[in-house]
Ligand binder design. Structure first.
Ligand code: ADP
Ligand code: MG
Length: 382
């Protein structure tokens, strides 16, 4: 990935060469789902799949946006008029980043931006965060801001929450900016404290598969917001700042105090934070295979308690386990999207074949299977 293709495409669209090309990856989350907006813990890793932006400053306050995934047209906006992404198409993500930078008091103006990407969109692999973080990093350099990674992630999250209208937590953006090659990112969503945990499945004779169910989720719809509101309500009823503050040994007594509809939500969040700690313990002790049952337990919790899985994701998990996988779980917000599967390397092909066969037998669209190894976070590539 040299940025040459992106620079060439930029020149075709905008006339002159770009000032640089930046890349930001999609992510999978190994464990720690729906914990970030509860101030909890997660363990994402960057994918080798990235969104690239070729970019150049403009002096006239115009923001011009073009994507190989758009309709071919250039979106032309006045930076000073940016207020809300309502009614905008994909442009609301990059425009939101420019808006959020200005909201945070940074003196940034216009730019020409051309995007290319191989992060599947709407597959739970966070193409939206990759898009935002690529813009945040490009603007940081184009306008000489020198912001630290976590601040860029906060800006990108603000863009998605307040401008694009999706109430996501911070995990996706932190993963895209702060992950490093060969490691998973142990993230504390409250403090943004983080640690790189070496993760090398291949070195242990294992493989990690990402299975895109091709069921597209829409986190913009009400379900995600309702879950988030339920967690906030439960924390308030328990007198806590966030569910992260409920320790596992206090769970049973806390659940007895809650209305029945909030019980499974709280049980998921608290046990999921525990699973993150357990997973990190296994990885740090070199027990990569022991991650498997932790993943599978996480899936059961998302399926039965949090209720964000879907039949296709459950089919991938069940089929993969029956065909020899060590563990599997849906990753990302849910309602479709992707499943991660940890397998002995020799079982990777048979497991993938079993999943394809099961989807064919059930009459589902064929899933996509991507290989995954922990890749670098956002960076300049040209
Ligand atoms: P996910 O983040 O899981 O991929 P989202 O629904 O959050 O799913 O984000 C997908 C949306 O992000 C797309 O529908 C599109 O609007 C936008 N998007 C992502 N990548 C690109 C890109 N390279 N070019 C244009 N739009 C993109
Ligand atoms: Mg997204």
């Amino acid at each position: 990935m040299t940025g040459e293709a992106e620079a060439g495409a930029f020149r075709q669209v905008f006339g002159d060469p770009p000032a640089g090309v930046w890349a930001a990856p999609g992510r999978i989350n190994l464990i720690g789902e729906h914990t970030d907006y509860n101030d909890g813990f997660a363990l994402p890793m960057a994918l080798p799949h990235t969104t690239r932006v070729a970019a150049r400053r403009r002096a006239d306050g115009r923001l011009r946006l073009h994507s190989t995934r758009g309709d071919g047209r250039v979106t032309d906006l006045a930076v000073a008029d940016l207020a809300s992404g309502t009614g905008m198409d994909w442009a609301r993500y990059p425009a939101g980043v420019v808006w959020a930078l200005r909201e945070a008091g940074h003196h940034v103006g216009g730019a020409d931006l051309h995007f290319d990407s191989d992060v599947p969109a709407g597959a739970g692999l966070s193409s939206s965060a990759a898009l935002e973080c690529a813009v945040a990093l490009a603007y940081d350099e184009l306008y000489g801001l020198g912001l630290p990674g976590p601040e860029l992630a906060r800006i990108a999250q603000r863009a998605e929450n307040a401008f694009a209208g999706v109430p996501c937590g911070i995990m996706d953006q932190m993963a895209s900016v702060c992950c490093t090659e060969g490691a998973a990112l142990h993230l504390d969503s409250r403090t943004l404290a983080r640690r790189q945990v070496p993760f090398d499945p291949e070195g242990r004779g294992l493989a990690l598969l990402v299975v895109d169910t091709r069921v597209t989720h829409d986190l913009g719809d009400g379900a995600y917001a309702a879950l988030r509101a339920g967690c906030e309500q439960a924390a308030a009823l328990l007198g806590l700042t966030a569910l992260r503050d409920l320790a596992a040994h206090e769970l049973a007594s806390a659940l007895a105090e809650l209305p029945p509809e909030l019980v499974p939500l709280v049980r998921h969040v608290v046990t999921e934070d525990e699973r993150v700690a357990e997973a990190v313990g296994h990885l740090e002790a070199g027990r990569v295979g022991a991650l498997g049952p932790v993943l599978t337990a996480g899936h059961a919790s998302l399926r039965d308690d949090y209720r964000v899985s879907c039949p296709e994701a459950d089919l991938v998990v069940d089929t993969a386990l029956a065909a020899g996988a060590l563990g599997a779980r849906m990753t990302g917000g849910g309602f479709g999207g992707s499943v991660i599967v940890l397998v002995p390397a020799a079982a990777a092909d048979p497991v993938a074949a079993a999943v394809h066969a099961a989807f064919a037998a059930a009459g589902h669209r064929q899933p996509g299977v991507l290989p995954a190894a922990p890749a670098p976070g956002a960076r300049r590539i040209a």
